[in-house]
Design a protein around this ligand. Structure first.
Ligand code: NI
Length: 388
């Protein structure tokens, strides 16, 4: 079965929701309008139960199949939040809120899951229950964790959970997935360096925190090149450096921020330990003091074997065997669907967004041509995983 015909009829309507959400982007947990729109649509579709305010502003809808002898309950998740980026797409439906835009396609994810909810509420050709999950705060706020911590999995009896993200550069109609680690853990490092400030012309009387910071930055680069097994993956990026505010003053303080990405728990532990050892000792070697705060943000998004097999099978039903890469390389970006995958077995799949700007770019826009593909994936997942 290729793309479901019904989604050709609904395409225009779903694209309309998508563009409406795109015009009104909201950040993190402040997705009140979007969550309201989602709850209103679900009500229109006649889903069996709608619960708002899960994980602060998350929305959950329950759709029962025409039969429920299997007792199966499948969760399908979309994210609703936008990014603090000034939009430069020039589209008619561009953001009406300056400095905020849907630059990661969560508008499309939400609209596609709504489309699938509409279809599944109409047809109910499955034996079991579908739980549609609309989460806030994917972009750094751990909204997925908030929903899990709010007891969502137990409350709705979710047994398996599936997620989807669009991928620019992958043609529309194609999917990419792999079992095991699919996206990296994403952690935050903050380093504070204390030295001794003074006149820039008298460095011998100072402990120059700019020089210490530069050695620390260099040193951190050796963790990936000298400490992590070359067959494993890790990223250490220092992305913010703040020190001083005059050309002729050696600043007494400097601060660095950055991020660490890994695909395995052991590698994550190793990198964390090496950073704290190295920063304190390097600073000490120069007579300065440094402290590291290592914040574990998102865990590795790791796909479960059986559910990945299901996802591959469904994607092939929709797009054909040649259009599904079941051995896609992992991505070092983070994703808070990882919290849901740590709570229940499931799989996260990438779906082609075609030749668009990359996610988090001011010219990025979700590709509405992908809507029937994504909707068909969700609908097929319910009908094939829980057949009548
Ligand atoms: Ni995203």
């Amino acid at each position: 079965m290729p793309v479901i015909n019904r989604f050709a009829d609904l395409h225009h309507e779903i694209a309309g929701w998508r563009r409406d959400i795109h015009e009104h982007p909201e950040l993190l947990y402040d997705v009140h309008r979007t969550a309201g729109l989602v709850a209103d649509r679900l009500k229109d579709f006649g889903v069996d139960e709608i619960v708002t305010g899960i994980g602060r502003t998350g929305v959950v809808g329950v759709i029962k199949g025409s039969n429920d002898t299997s007792g199966k309950v499948i969760g399908m998740r979309a994210d609703m939040d936008a990014l603090p980026i000034m939009e430069e797409t020039g589209q008619d439906w561009a953001s009406k809120t300056p400095g905020v835009m849907h630059a990661c396609g969560h508008d499309g994810h939400t609209a596609m899951l709504l489309g699938a909810a509409k279809y599944l509420s109409e047809t109910r050709r499955f034996d079991g229950t579908v739980v549609v999950i609309f989460q806030p705060a994917e972009e750094g706020g751990a909204g997925g964790k908030a929903m899990v911590d709010d007891g969502m999995m137990d409350r709705f009896g979710i047994q398996e959970v599936y997620g989807m993200h669009n991928m620019p550069g992958l043609p529309v109609g194609q999917f990419a997935i792999r079992p095991g680690p699919m996206m990296a853990s994403a952690d935050l490092i903050e380093i504070e360096i204390d030295g001794l400030g003074g006149h820039a012309a008298r460095p011998h009387e100072c402990v120059d925190t700019v020089v210490v910071a530069s050695h620390i930055i260099q040193g951190l680069q050796t963790i990936t090149s000298r400490n992590v097994n070359p067959l494993e993956s890790a990223v250490v990026s220092v992305t913010m450096m703040q020190a001083g505010n005059a050309f002729n003053v050696i600043p007494p303080r400097a601060s660095l921020k950055g991020t660490v990405r890994t695909l395995k728990a052991e590698v994550r532990d190793l990198v964390e330990k090496r950073i704290s050892d190295m920063v304190e000792r390097l600073a000490g070697a120069f007579g300065a003091r440094a402290t590291v705060t290592y914040k574990r943000m998102y865990p590795v998004t790791s796909n479960h074997e059986v559910q990945t097999g299901t996802a591959v099978e469904i994607a092939r039903e929709v797009s054909g065997t040649a259009s599904v890469n079941d051995d896609a390389p992992p991505v070092m970006g983070g994703e808070d669907f990882s919290f849901m995958l740590n709570a229940r077995p499931g799989a996260f799949i990438f779906m082609g967004n075609g030749n668009t700007a990359g996610v988090h770019h001011p010219e990025y826009d979700f590709n509405d041509e992908a809507i029937p593909v994504g909707c068909s994936y969700w609908a097929n997942l319910a009908e094939k995983r829980m057949p009548l």
